[in-house]
Design a protein. Sequence first.
Length: 170
Amino acid sequence: MPEGIRPTQNVLRAAIFDLLGHDLSGLSFLELFAGSGAVGLEAISRGADEVVMVEHNDLNAKTIRENCELLGVDLGEKFSLIHADAFTSVKRLSDERKPFDIVFFDPPYGQKLAKKTLKLLALRDILHDQSLVMVQLEASEKLEIPETLTMLTQRRYGSSHLTLLQKVVI
């Protein structure tokens, strides 16, 4: 684990999958701001058919590759790492017409990136009518939810909030 990385703790990771479901068979999963890739790797272990992890930081991306290697996860078509900015990656995935069943993101705290990320997800076509979006953010940060998403639940775990959203069917 690189110094300065804030990995999703085991309790939070368990809570994420308690809310999303324990069996992700047949689902596609996108993790933005992947850090160590712990959540994406957990999605793989829970049977997700496709997992894309997006990480911009060079050292973190290297750590994700190393963690995949340690766990025997082959990065390729089914499970992949995009070593790029989250916002650029969402635009690219949208241009490729690549919708995801679940999008998880835990942006660096204190930079107010949750609002910008949700706005981009709402504008870009990477969510289908049943897609879920899970946001982990600092409990003190207020989350502004676009009209195209509705909050299903929000729970506090220590200094973090987990918010589960779903695309609004129009």
